[in-house]
Ligand binder design. Structure first.
Ligand code: MG
Ligand code: ZN
Length: 214
């Protein structure tokens, strides 16, 4: 008889690796965020603003996940902080093994706050823990009115949600208020803020909601 099984050991290995990553971050006194969201939602722009507004008070590092390019890492590097690009190749999410390799290349002694930009994707990052303390999702009005309702797993686990591109609300005919209501239904505990990644509007409010305590 042939038996076909999901490779449980691989899943288990991934879970252990994520725990190891978190333990390392804790040992080094680094608080880490996994920043997730669709392609083009504005993850990089929001991270860049977070870095700009927080770098006076925190020693920040960034891991930028992407399939093959360095575009995002270069944009964040302009803020003069340590950035490492993690290439996933054909994989559609960051996995904890790749994150652990990226961590080895960062000056961990000089960092106390880490933002990890996941690959643009609202589906599988929701089921692949990488070993962080908090999770943030950046979504935007240009993704249409149903993005939150259609991706409950991703939004259920978010601690923070930025609804980005609020300046395009009228043009897109997508209500930010309605998206906030959708989120409340899916995850009443998530903190949600409307943002504009071009001007930085709302990012200060997002920071006020953010809790950097383990
Ligand atoms: Mg990006
Ligand atoms: Zn994936």
């Amino acid at each position: 008889m042939k038996i076909v099984k999901i490779e449980e050991s691989a899943l288990e290995k991934g879970r252990k690796k994520a725990e190891e990553n978190k333990k390392l971050l804790d040992e080094k006194g680094i608080f880490a965020f996994d920043v997730m969201g669709s392609v083009g939602s504005g993850k990089t722009s929001i991270i860049k603003w977070l870095v700009r507004l927080l770098k006076e008070n925190y020693k920040i590092g960034v891991i930028a996940g992407d399939l093959t390019t360095e575009v995002d890492a270069k944009r964040i590097e302009e803020e003069d902080i340590p950035v490492v690009q993690a290439h996933t190749g054909r994989a559609c999410h960051l996995d904890p093994h790749l994150v652990s390799i990226a961590l080895e290349t960062l000056p961990l002694e000089d960092i106390n706050l880490l933002f990890i930009e996941n690959v643009g994707n609202l589906i599988c990052p929701a089921s692949v823990p990488i070993g962080v303390h908090k999770e943030m999702v950046v979504t935007s009005v240009t993704e249409g009115p149903y993005m939150i309702r259609k991706h409950p797993y991703m939004f259920q686990r978010a601690n923070y949600v930025a609804i980005n591109k609020i300046d395009l609300e009228t043009a897109m005919n997508v209500s930010v208020e309605k998206l906030k209501e959708d989120l409340k239904e899916v995850n009443p505990n998530a903190m949600v803020v409307g943002t504009n990644g071009l001007t930085g509007e709302g990012v200060d409010k997002l920071i006020q909601c953010m809790n950097f305590q383990r």
